[in-house]
Design a protein around this ligand. Structure first.
Ligand code: ZN
Length: 266
């Protein structure tokens, strides 16, 4: 035990661990630099693209890109070009990765049945990245992960000791076989940031309530990230309803003209 604590403290010293505040004021332990997170996101996305089949459906691609691009254009930091890929799969799933990558599975489109509902999911996923939840998760995986990984880092072996552990921590659990779900506080934080983001992008935040109701009905068929039981669907919906008073005026101010709406393919 003592050995592990010693190792752990040297890990923290070596990597210049930063305890920072999340956008809603939670304390966060972040072991990785922005650059390291970007590299991790880039390589994980490259791997997913090799594993999964990209959708060739032009209408579906342009619809998902339309929604995702409006969300990313509403971000305060415009320095990053975001890559959006639609994967052909029945999984009800979507994810966003550091470095600017968004993956949407076609199965999600059966649950997120309007552009505003799809924007809810994409906004939520991008919010996990914006709020450094991916860094937080990967840091937690590093600290609580197998002693091997701690030892590797402490010994200065450097690099990623266990790619799959990190991919799971990034929310890609189903692809690598084990799931490390986000916690309740991260989930509600992603809801708060995501709803504000979708409203700024001109999507109706009221759709977030419908989306999570649909998710609740879809039950066990949801993907791992969206399946997260924290917070419960009931709590989540209550929180989203409370947020409407603040989010609706933001939406009204940014509502696009009819010709700029994203058309869901028939
Ligand atoms: Zn989430």
């Amino acid at each position: 035990m003592k050995g592990i604590l010693l190792l752990l403290s040297s890990v923290l010293l070596l990597t210049g661990c930063a305890t920072t505040q999340s956008p809603t004021g939670r304390g966060q332990t972040l072991l990785f630099s922005q650059q390291e997170m970007t590299e991790l996101g880039d390589s994980s996305f490259a791997q997913i693209k090799q594993q999964e089949q990209a959708s060739q459906d032009k209408a579906v691609n342009s619809y998902v890109n339309c929604v995702a691009n409006r969300i990313t254009r509403a971000l305060p930091d415009q320095s990053l070009p975001w890559e959006v890929v639609v994967f052909e799969s029945e999984q009800v799933n979507a994810f966003a990765l550091p470095g600017g990558h968004i993956g949407v599975y076609t199965g999600l489109l059966d649950v997120a049945v309007t552009a505003d509902q799809l924007a809810t999911v994409i906004g939520h996923e991008v919010a996990h990245v914006l709020a450094n939840h991916s860094n937080e998760q990967v840091s937690r995986a590093q600290m609580t992960g197998a002693g091997m990984q701690l030892a590797d880092l402490a010994l200065g072996a450097g690099g990623i000791a266990d790619k799959e552990l990190y991919m799971a921590a990034l929310g890609l659990g189903v692809q690598v076989g084990y799931i490390l779900p986000y916690g309740r506080s991260q989930e509600s934080e992603a809801d708060v940031i995501g709803v504000e983001l979708m409203a700024k992008a001109g999507f109706d935040p009221a759709a977030s309530v419908d989306l999570w109701k649909n998710m609740s009905k879809a039950g066990g068929e949801q993907g791992p990230e969206l399946l997260s039981t924290h917070p419960s669907h009931g709590q989540r919906i209550a929180q989203l309803q409370q947020m409407q008073a603040k989010a609706q005026p933001l939406y009204q101010a940014n509502k696009p003209s009819v010709k700029n709406t994203c058309q869901r393919p028939k």
